[in-house]
Design a protein around this ligand. Sequence first.
Ligand SMILES: [Zn+2]
Length: 173
Amino acid sequence: MSYVKEVHELIDDGLNEETAVQAFQVLTLIFDEEFSIPHLEEFRMELRQWQKHRRKNFRNIIDRFGEKYPFPIELTWRNVKFKPKRVKRCAICSNYYYDVSRNGRKLTCFNNGICEHEYEVRRKRKGPVLEPIYRRRVEEVPLDFSPAKEDARQHALLYETEITAWRNGIGKL
Ligand SMILES: [Zn+2]
């Protein structure tokens, strides 16, 4: 598979494909945790703002991420070129993810192919693929404070699960 340039740069630096892809995915979740912005456009905008006006903080997040996990190479803001425009929302689980595909057409996140598989299953069935989960997240969250809180909690859980799964994975590299 061919990826966006910033992923290939990490592969060239010595990361394997999966780790390079996951690095951007996990970093996206870390930014999500930091900002907690449920709307994709606002989330991207905040990322761009930080990149421009709070550059030091933005870089610090990337550097801390690089130090936190046992990567085989050094990851810092210098080689991890995070691009806010690549951030999207997964069509299945609604989590943010970083679209690493060269054509920018990936629709699901990178949780070990679970969402990708689920998407394929739904696509082959009749009826809408994206509707149910997407609606819940985008429309309900801003309307009512209480579900928003619930959602944040659930999100934190999902985040932890993903980080843990990923950390276990990287332990085996
Ligand atoms: Zn997903």
